[in-house]
Design a protein around this ligand. Structure first.
Ligand code: PHE
Length: 450
């Protein structure tokens, strides 16, 4: 049985919005600006863009081809294309397992974001301000608490589950078509505000001026990891979305649009955040800190407008996280659906399991009551550094070396109705040689360099 009983996306525009919704998320808005700054600004950006277009986009196209060709989830798609080698099934399952782990950690951070949005609306966030370090202390206390972060992550999960239960077209496609344009408008508004602050140019310099002496081997690894995570490729989520693509959708074009959109939003996030951080004399420190500890200080210093900008920003981040979490939950639901479980039942089952893991991860964060388990850190490392590149490497090897070339070209050209010309040679070269070689080098270097 295939998962085609979920009817798929209705239009190419809807499909692009949904896949772009998956790609654009916390990875773009808090993670990208920080690591870009940390690993050399403009120099990192150049390497990141190369990886995005030479590896990430190729993987996205490959996953779309595998998904639409088979109309199956990764658990069955590989074997359907290569029945002689049932072992490939495990690559699909590893991808789905990775999606499950990513979803757990994603929910923790999304819960923080929703809480900060709520505190911006009630004004509680603004009232903390004043003394140096107040927001840092507040974030530490809040995120390692036993109740509040868990409650907010459960609310966020409830929202995600409700949309996935509504289905692919009526839930995911409809919400993405609405949210993605709103997200872009909100982001541009924040960029404008940020750029008109005194001293904004220092932030732009920090972000864009290439300083290749700052670019380390580790920075190159970080750029690859970030490219995969940001485009949601490697773990098979895009295989599931590919199985919903309309038959006449031009996969090459759609993948390019999604990739460009994801990259532009990552860069805009940098433009929104760094000028504001510098204009307010803050340090561009890393990770969750940048968004939750530094930005409230920035918002506070904006006077009357600060409250509104704070609400806007955390709303933006919540919406971006929502469309990404939806794609992760959808991939897992589709898998159960393919095995004969009703959509509603599948969503409830995955949600219950992931809620337990996410709650445990949350309780182990910082000084949380389960901090001796290090669960948060283990999940963070596994899903950020290791599992996605491993899954991505296996996927691209399958695609480049085990799938029939005719099947690939037939799917890419919509059965010969779309001209793909020389691009097919270029694409095939990237998928067979460049992408697997780069992934392998980076993985080995990453593990050996530890
Ligand atoms: N791409 C999402 C982001 O940038 C995260 C994600 C990864 C979503 C993998 C789905 C699958 O935040």
């Amino acid at each position: 049985m295939t998962n085609s009983n979920t009817n798929g996306f209705n239009s190419s525009f809807g499909a692009i919005m949904a896949a772009a919704g998956s790609a654009v998320g916390l990875g773009n808005i808090w993670r990208f600006p920080y690591i870009c700054g940390q690993y050399g600004g403009g120099a990192f950006l150049a390497v990141y863009i190369c990886f995005v277009f030479l590896i990430g986009m190729v993987l996205m196209m490959s996953e779309f081809v595998i998904g639409r060709r088979t109309k199956m989830t990764p658990a069955k798609a590989y074997v359907a294309l290569r029945p002689q080698r049932p072992v490939w099934r495990w690559v699909g399952i590893l991808g789905l397992l990775t999606s499950f782990l990513i979803l757990a950690i994603y929910l923790v951070i999304s819960g923080w974001t929703l809480n900060y949005f709520w505190d911006s609306v009630t004004g509680a966030l603004g009232r903390i301000g004043g003394e140096a370090g107040a927001y840092e202390e507040h974030f530490g206390c809040f995120a390692s608490g036993a109740v509040r972060p868990v409650v907010f992550l459960l609310i966020f999960l409830g929202l995600t589950a409700a949309i996935v239960i509504a289905g692919v077209e009526k839930g995911i496609e409809r919400i993405s078509k609405l949210l993605m344009p709103i997200l872009l408008v909100l982001l541009v508004l924040i960029c404008v505000r940020s750029l008109t602050l005194d001293g904004a140019s220092k932030g732009l310099e920090y972000l864009f001026l290439p300083d290749f002496s700052k670019l380390t081997g580790e920075g190159v690894l970080a750029a690859l990891g970030q490219a995969l995570f940001s485009l949601s490729v490697g773990m098979g989520v895009m295989i599931v979305y590919g199985s919903y693509l309309p038959v006449d959708d031009n996969i090459l074009k759609s993948s390019m649009w999604i990739t460009v959109c994801d990259t532009v939003i990552a860069i805009l996030s940098g433009v929104a955040i760094f000028p504001a951080v510098f204009a307010c004399g803050q340090e561009p420190t890393g990770g969750p800190g940048l968004v939750y500890q530094v930005l409230p200080v920035v918002f506070n210093s904006l006077g009357g407008f600060g409250g509104i900008i704070s609400i806007t920003f955390f709303l933006l981040l919540t919406l971006a996280a929502l469309t990404s979490a939806i794609s992760l939950l959808e991939a897992l639901t589709a898998w159960l659906n393919e095995r004969g479980m009703k959509r509603m039942k599948g969503v409830v089952l995955v949600s219950l399991c992931v809620a337990v893991l996410a709650a445990l991860a949350s309780l182990s964060f910082g000084d949380g009551i389960l901090n001796n388990t290090h669960l948060y850190n283990i999940l963070d490392k596994a899903t950020g550094n290791y599992l996605p590149p491993i899954c991505a490497l296996l996927t691209i090897i399958f695609f480049g070396w085990f799938m029939k070339k005719d099947d690939i070209m037939d799917e890419l050209s919509n059965h010969g109705t779309v001209k793909i010309g020389y691009f097919k040679v270029f694409y095939y070269f990237l998928a067979r040689i460049v992408a697997p070689a780069a992934l392998l080098i980076v993985l080995v270097a990453g593990i050996v360099g530890k």
